[in-house]
Design a protein around this ligand. Sequence first.
Ligand code: FUL
Length: 521
Amino acid sequence: MNSSRFKTMKKNMSKITPVFLATLLWGCGVTQKNTNDDNKVHHFVAIKPGSTETDIIRVAANVTPSARQIRWQELEFVAFLHFGINTFTGREWGTGTEDEKIFNPTQLDARQWVRTCKEAGMKQVIITAKHHDGFCLWPTKLTEHSVKNSPWKDGKGDVVKEVADACRELGMGFGVYLSPWDRNSPVYGDSPAYNALFMGQLTELLTQYGKVDEVWFDGANGEGPNGKKQVYDWNAYHSLIRKLQPTATIAIMGPDIRWVGTESGYGRNTEWSVVPYDRPDFDSIAAASQQDVNFVPQPNLMNNDLGSRAIIKNAKGLMWYPAETDVSIRPGWFYHASEDEDVKSPEKLFDIYFNSVGLNGVLLLNIPPDKRGLIHENDVKALQGFRALKDKMYKENYARGAELVTTGKNVDAILDGNNTTHWTTKNESETGSIIFKLPAPKTISVLSLQENIRVGQRIEKFSFEYLDGTEWKKIAEGTTVGYKRLLRFAPVTAKEFRINIEGSRLNPTLSEVGFYKNPLD
Ligand code: FUL
């Protein structure tokens, strides 16, 4: 890990409150029903007592994502929209005592938000329906602290509805962020009463706005040692979501998607989507024949290694729990005019893209609408610049048209544009290679690899070479691939390239391969 990344992790760790940590350590139980077509649960697997390391690796290689996790992973790039009372106070964490009257966007246009996101290449947006300050962006019946008591649209407006409608109109996924920590609610800390209120808020959000594709539960909680102690009923929240919106993914304090562990936009070089899960009552739960399984996510999400052999060899169970990399386009999560000149450049966003989507993650990029209720011109410009870089890079896949020579089988699958078909090795081989003989020499500087995650995540070590005369020379190497791995390197001009899979958990797969030229070379 480079030192600046380490600094970012440390900075973020200092923001993690004890309550957040305790919540993470406690974990979140959920009853999850399998939604895979084949009617077998493969995203939670119990390790039988007495299993050897070889047995565990075999199990790990066969853990696969649920249908909702596959849908989410394929989105690749999702927008976060932090908007609310903080937009009007300049705070990042509101106190909960703000007057509803200060919420007054003058030109709010949710279509502009969603269109901007779509044009940037995003596939889904997540709106902060309620942040820690408790102010609700929809006219909830459950508190007075909402848009209905603001001057915006004479209290008749509903931001959540406008965003949901715009998403439907523009063919984008729609998700809600609902902060469990609520600094306004008088019943926060009276656990049963607040849990009932929270379930009521969830019910409103999940029944009044059509299809909801993601529910994002933040783990942050800034209550100090003398603060209110709310015991969240995660189990009940999760079950309610499964009932009301069965296809929605539940992120962060939930079973489907894990926080990558930083808010920098930079994931791990080795990123496993298969991680351990353990809980004390695991045995009795596993006895439920894996049809309904409670689980607790592996707690130390900021560790550098979550899923290597050294980690999983002691696991009691394994689960598919992929990483989401969240970061803001500005220094803050909410809009502050003072940060208008600090919007991340297209080049920085491109770098983040390689370090999130290109490291087996989904990039959740926050774009905070401003006081007018519009995405600021500077942010729009940065997103357009990013999109242009990405389009330029992906315009031509230089691997297309190559003659392919392999030690494995079904090699044409890697260039068929379909990530559900794949190349693999023969017999039980955990290693293999593919040679690409291009029709003419080409200059490339980016390699894109994809595993077929429907089969699992297996590759542990790979390298990439080019033929220099009669000698193969190494260009790049890596460990995990997962859904997508992008590697950048100094431009190389050659006619023949070779991918070597040097280590894998059972037979490796490759569903798609791309050779590209980085527009920033
Ligand atoms: C954190 C929150 O405290 C921030 O305000 C922001 O919402 C971020 C996405 O998550 O935990």
